[in-house]
Every structure is written in structure tokens, then in C-alpha cells.
Design a protein around this ligand. Structure first.
Ligand code: HEC
Ligand code: HEC
Ligand code: HEC
Ligand code: HEC
Length: 278
């Protein structure tokens, strides 16, 4: 029962990130209708076409088409009408406004709020960068991790050394989380109650997201400590259970083998004495 609740709430968190719970955006396009944004742009050239190829590889292609970001009328095969002002169409958003663009329809509010408390927000309002696009790109947005953060987006203002340190800290956190996740999967396959660990794992993810997106002085100091401590504890506890379960497995195999040998011995003995009596 607890396992099911865990899975359900994990799914709910995933879907509520954006898309599934946003009928006002998705209502514009039913899956069976032809989407003329994609159909027309597929046949164009240069960046007008690569937009479609890149979008197809992105996570956004799983929840909708071009108009979840650009809006416009996707059901009309005419470039002017598709982009009529009344349709809310935005082609190339001003980078100083990209937070609003990524936040349309209530999407990504958590990440945006975190970004707003950090030092980069004010700079973005003035210069347009660094913004969400600096790290995530725009059409080919895939599952993010520390490797998406490119030096070129940062060393205009930070030293190479600081950049290296920051991505190393983040990379180590991710490695730790991965290990915990593997342990949890293994324990789950052994029918052990992992819900408390899963809850703490999700909580650490939330802190990690805050750390990456705000980069405020407090987050760099205290949130970093909290995450590292949580990962260390989770890793130790789940690794302990992991080796205990492995040892119990071996113990179980020995006991079963021993039991089988004893049963076989008794059977042979009984059979032999039976034969002798005959
Ligand atoms: C009938 C073809 C056609 C349709 C339908 C169409 N486009 Fe375009 N789109 C173009 C062409 C051609 C351009 C290049 C600029 C121009 O010629 O106006 C373009 C340019 C763009 C640009 C670049 C910025 C700009 O405004 O110039 C974006 C973004 C874009 N389209 C998104 C969309 C979206 C979103 C939809 C659906 C709501 C859509 N397009 C529907 C043909 C089309
Ligand atoms: C995740 C949101 C998102 C989705 C989905 C999306 N776009 Fe874009 N698109 C953007 C952003 C942001 C920019 C502006 C990038 C910049 O500032 O350079 C952009 C720019 C463009 C441009 C300008 C050309 C360029 O490379 O700068 C075209 C054309 C375009 N989009 C077409 C499309 C089409 C066609 C689709 C659907 C297949 C689509 N977009 C889906 C966010 C999106
Ligand atoms: C400094 C680089 C950087 C900037 C700027 C940035 N992100 Fe991220 N983002 C990341 C990284 C790295 C991750 C992966 C973090 C993790 O491991 O949980 C991520 C994760 C995410 C996720 C979670 C995806 C998932 O499936 O869990 C979303 C959504 C997101 N970012 C949106 C945004 C938005 C919106 C903005 C602008 C307000 C933004 N990001 C700005 C680096 C960045
Ligand atoms: C346009 C300049 C600019 C760019 C580009 C920029 N930053 Fe910053 N960053 C700043 C400023 C200013 C601060 C606040 C420094 C302070 O308060 O001492 C800051 C703070 C930080 C901090 C907090 C630690 C510290 O030094 O205070 C980190 C981590 C950070 N940035 C990482 C990045 C990363 C990663 C990128 C690339 C995606 C990036 N920054 C791009 C200007 C920039």
C-alpha cells in the first residue's frame, strides 16, 4: 500500500512539473489534429527546420508541440494567421523576458522562483544573460545534469577555476544521488520498505534543484551542506542495508542447500534401511 502511494506521489510530482496538469495550454491542440507549426516548418530550411528536428529530441515533445512555448494557432496552415497577435504568439522572446516565456501557463514556477532569489536574476533583467537558456538551450532540452552547464556561458564573469569547482561539487552530488537511487532500486526488488528512503531522496532532489537554480550566497553555503550531509547519510544507510541483504541472500542459499542435503541424506538412509529390511 505504502509502495503504491509512493509511486503515485512520485508520478504526480513528475506530471505536475508542467504539462499534464495544464489544460489551458494543451487544450489548444488535440493529438489527432494536424499540427501545422510542425508540418510547415518540417519543409523549410536552416534554423526554421532544425527547430523541428531538435524539438523532436527534446523532453517537451512528449507533452505538446511548438505552441506550448510559442503559442499561436497550430491548426492553421498559414504563417501569418498562425501567428496572429491575438493568438498570443511570441517568436523570438527578448532574453530579458525569458523567465516569463519559460513560465507561461504556470510552467516551471519552482525553478523560476529559485532563480529569482539568486544573483543572476538581476543581471538577466539588465543584460538578458545568464538565463534559463544559458544552461538548458531552447529546442533540444533533454534530461538535465551538471554536464549541460558550459564554460562559455559562465567565464565572462567567473574564473575557470571557480567554474571547475562549482561543476565538480555539483557532479559529486549527482554521483552520490545516483548511488542512492541504485541502492533503493535494489532494496525495492527485495521487497524491502524503501518509502522512507524515497521520501528523503526526493527531498534531496528538491534541495539540489534549489542549489542549482538560485546560487544565492545562502544556498552556496548552507543548502550545499544540507545536500551533502543528506546524501552521505542516505548513501551510508542504504549501502548498509544493501550489504546486509546481500549477506542474508548468501546465508539463505547456504541454509537452503544445507536443508536439501539433510533431506537427501535422510531419504537415502531411509531407502537403504528399507531395502535392507526387505
Ligand atoms: C505555412 C507555414 C508556416 C506555419 C503554419 C507556421 N510557420 Fe513559423 N515560420 C514560417 C516561415 C516561412 C518563417 C520565417 C519567417 C517568415 O517568413 O515570416 C517562420 C518563422 C517562425 C519563427 C521565427 C520567429 C519569427 O516569428 O519569425 C518561429 C518561432 C515560428 N515560425 C514558430 C511557429 C509556430 C509556433 C507555428 C504554429 C503556431 C508556426 N511557426 C506556424 C512558416 C510557418
Ligand atoms: C521549450 C520551448 C520551445 C519549444 C517547444 C519550441 N521553441 Fe522555438 N524557440 C524557443 C526559444 C526560447 C527561442 C528563442 C531562442 C533565442 O533567443 O535565440 C526559439 C526560437 C525559435 C525560432 C527562431 C530560430 C532560431 O534558431 O533562433 C524558430 C524558427 C522556432 N523557435 C521554431 C519552433 C518550432 C517550429 C517549434 C516546434 C517544432 C518550436 N520552435 C518549439 C522556445 C521553444
Ligand atoms: C546554471 C545552469 C542552469 C540555469 C541558469 C538553469 N538551470 Fe535548470 N537545471 C540545471 C541543472 C544542472 C539541472 C539538473 C539538476 C538536478 O540534477 O536535479 C536543472 C534542472 C531543471 C529542471 C528539472 C528537470 C527535471 O526533469 O527534473 C527544470 C524544469 C529546469 N531546470 C528549469 C529551469 C528554468 C525554468 C530555468 C530559468 C529560470 C533554469 N532551469 C535555469 C541547470 C540550470
Ligand atoms: C554576466 C555575469 C555572470 C554570468 C554570465 C554568470 N554569473 Fe555567476 N554570478 C555573477 C555575479 C555578479 C554573482 C554574485 C557574486 C557575489 O555576490 O559575490 C554570481 C554568483 C555565482 C555563484 C555563487 C558563488 C559566488 O561566486 O558568489 C555561482 C556558483 C555562479 N555565479 C555560477 C555561475 C555559472 C555556473 C554560470 C554559467 C551558467 C554563471 N555563474 C554565469 C555573475 C555572472
Amino acid at each position: 500500500m505504502m509502495g503504491k502511494i509512493g509511486i503515485l506521489s512520485a508520478l504526480l510530482i513528475l506530471f505536475s512539473y508542467c504539462g499534464y496538469l495544464q489544460p489551458e495550454l494543451l487544450a489548444e491542440k488535440k493529438p489527432s489534429e494536424t499540427d501545422y507549426c510542425v508540418e510547415c516548418h518540417k519543409g523549410l530550411s536552416g534554423s526554421l527546420k532544425t527547430a523541428v528536428d531538435d524539438w523532436k529530441k527534446s523532453r517537451h515533445s512528449k507533452i505538446g508541440t511548438c505552441n506550448i512555448c510559442h503559442q499561436g494557432n497550430s491548426g492553421i496552415n498559414d504563417k501569418r494567421q498562425a501567428k496572429a497577435p491575438a493568438s498570443g504568439y511570441i517568436g523570438r522572446p527578448d532574453r530579458r523576458m525569458n523567465i516569463d516565456f519559460c513560465g507561461r501557463g504556470g510552467c516551471h514556477s519552482e525553478h523560476i522562483n529559485n532563480f529569482k532569489i539568486g544573483p543572476h536574476y538581476k543581471i538577466m533583467l539588465r543584460d538578458g544573460k545568464p538565463d534559463c537558456l544559458s544552461c538548458h538551450g531552447f529546442h533540444r532540452i533533454e534530461m538535465p545534469s551538471s554536464v549541460i552547464i558550459k564554460e562559455t556561458a559562465c567565464i565572462k564573469c567567473h574564473s575557470r577555476e571557480d567554474f571547475g569547482n562549482f561543476t565538480m561539487i555539483l557532479g559529486n552530488m549527482e554521483k552520490g544521488m545516483e548511488k542512492v537511487s541504485e541502492n533503493i532500486d535494489y532494496l525495492k526488488s527485495k521487497s524491502i520498505d524503501v518509502v522512507p528512503y524515497q521520501k528523503r531522496y526526493v527531498q534531496s532532489k528538491v534541495f539540489l534543484n534549489q542549489f542549482v537554480h538560485s546560487m544565492s550566497k545562502e544556498d552556496i553555503k548552507s543548502t550545499r551542506k544540507i545536500i551533502e550531509l543528506q546524501i552521505e547519510n542516505l548513501s551510508r544507510e542504504t549501502s548498509g542495508l544493501y550489504s546486509l541483504t546481500k549477506r542474508l541472500d548468501i546465508f539463505y542459499i547456504i541454509i537452503v542447500s544445507f536443508g536439501l542435503i539433510v533431506i537427501a541424506g535422510i531419504s537415502i538412509y531411509t531407502f537403504l534401511t528399507y531395502m535392507q529390511r526387505k
